[in-house]
Ligand binder design. Structure first.
Ligand code: GAR
Length: 197
């Protein structure tokens, strides 16, 4: 059984989808802990599913390394097989990435390498893109620059705003994320191989 830690910053709708998938005894992974950089709304999903959670409060970019050390220490307590960044809106310090790589994956609401960063949906709209998408990647020390594990296109529709487009992307992200976690758990997807150039 693959053990998974999920890190969030916000509503945690993708986390919830993963918790629901993992509640099926036939699903080969379990969420063992949920972490956040703030008192995120999405922590309620962990509670609803009886999954422990922790918060390592973000105290600004100047304290990033210290935050990373606390996060790493907390993750070590749970020692998950896989860490899923599911809407964690902070860049992990290099030391944390190095400690867990390649066992950290990230969901992103764009078709990487298009529109990386914190505003993938907004940036696609601002660029006038007709199509954007969703991606699941291995986290490296860059910004959304790691190896792509799964991705799918989503059309931008006339009249779309950031919210409507993001709400159409999220179900695609969820499906991709759940499938990637399943494939890692059953050995169909090897993160070491996926991360080797
Ligand atoms: C998701 O779309 C996720 O891909 C995105 O934040 C959203 C979180 O939604 N992450 C990023 O943009 C990271 N660069 P949720 O909290 O409802 O799951």
């Amino acid at each position: 059984m693959l053990t998974v830690a999920v890190l969030i910053s916000g509503a945690g709708s993708n986390l919830r989808a993963l918790l629901e998938a993992a509640a099926d005894p036939a699903f080969p992974a379990r969420v063992v802990v949920v972490g956040a950089d703030r008192e995120a709304e999405g922590l309620a999903h962990a509670e609803a599913f009886g999954v422990p959670s922790f918060v390592i409060p973000w105290r600004g970019a100047a304290a990033r390394d210290e935050w990373g050390a606390q996060l790493h220490a907390q993750l070590e307590v749970w020692n998950p097989d896989l860490i899923v960044l599911s809407g964690l809106m902070k860049l992990l310090p290099g030391a944390v990435v190095d400690a867990w790589s390649p066992r950290i994956i990230n969901t992103h609401p764009a078709y990487l390498p298009e529109f990386p960063g914190a505003h993938g949906v907004r940036d696609a709209l601002a660029a006038g893109a007709e199509r954007t998408g969703a991606s699941v990647i291995v986290v490296d020390t860059g910004v959304d620059s790691g190896p792509i594990l799964a991705q799918e296109r989503v059309d931008v529709l006339p009249g779309d705003d950031e919210h409507s487009l993001h709400e159409r992307i999220k179900p695609v992200e969820r499906r991709l994320l759940i499938d990637v976690v399943r494939r890692i758990a059953v050995g169909e997807l090897n993160l070491v191989a996926a991360s080797t150039p």
